[in-house]
Design a protein around this ligand. Sequence first.
Ligand SMILES: [Zn+2]
Length: 308
Amino acid sequence: MPELPEVETVRRGLEPVLVGQKLTKVSMRRPDLRFPFPENFSKRLKGQTITALQRRAKYLLAHLSGGEVLVMHLGMSGRFTIVEPPKLSATSKSGIGPHPKIKERPGQFVTETAHNTKHDHVIFETAAGATVTYNDTRRFGYMLLVEGDDLHNHKMFCNLGPEPLGNELHADYLASVARGRKSDLKAFLMDQRIIAGLGNIYVCEALFHAGLSPDRKSATLTSKTGKPLVRTQALVASIRLVLNGAIAAGGSTLRDYKKTDGSLGYFQHKFVVYGREGEPCTKPRCKGVIARKIHSGRSTFFCPKCQK
Ligand SMILES: [Zn+2]
């Protein structure tokens, strides 16, 4: 399942191809993904210019010149493939450097599985001649059209907490929402109303980095007077660090995109604690062994020795 850094990497890869571009044709190969496509989907998109491509939590938001927003979620296995006009591709592949009109292109990276065109479900064509194909093997992804003015009140967005990489996430905020809470830190950080877009993998990584136990009570992020503590600061810094590290890894994987098939979707990323049950802890001088336990049906990986 793509987590926030992967969605952000996809956004950065699509941005130079889509933003400022008019959609000349949008075709669907089936009537639905996880949900049916919106009524007159391709008709409503055709002729629209994409004015901005944003990310909110794990949603991609393509703002259209007509005022609607194309909301895209990658589900479990969604990915995009970009095919550019021959002239642009030839320039990139020659090693001379990117086409002058195309900025740096983080967003094309090695995929876990080979591209199977059988799962190409939506094809966007732009006036510049680029083709952006949405491919989704398991079809848990979806696309919606929402009126831009209604976006913040939409049921998918109205209860989302602040972005983990935005200015609204800071130690004072975490201390205020953690105050008096009985939940453990794992559940607290997984709660999308508290922080939007943090998933299982990066919650494990951030807690490990901050040296905090997933079982610690979230109320311990707050002093008696409601102020943040050193560990609250450390947690915020760790969340940013692990996410930014993964986004940077996504970008650097992509610099090598000559070897790839132009797909945007998933990258192999080395985790420090996630998926490492039984391996020695990597913290200097810690002799701990990474353990796994289940919190709300999801595996949590942690070091019982240095995470307190
Ligand atoms: Zn350790």
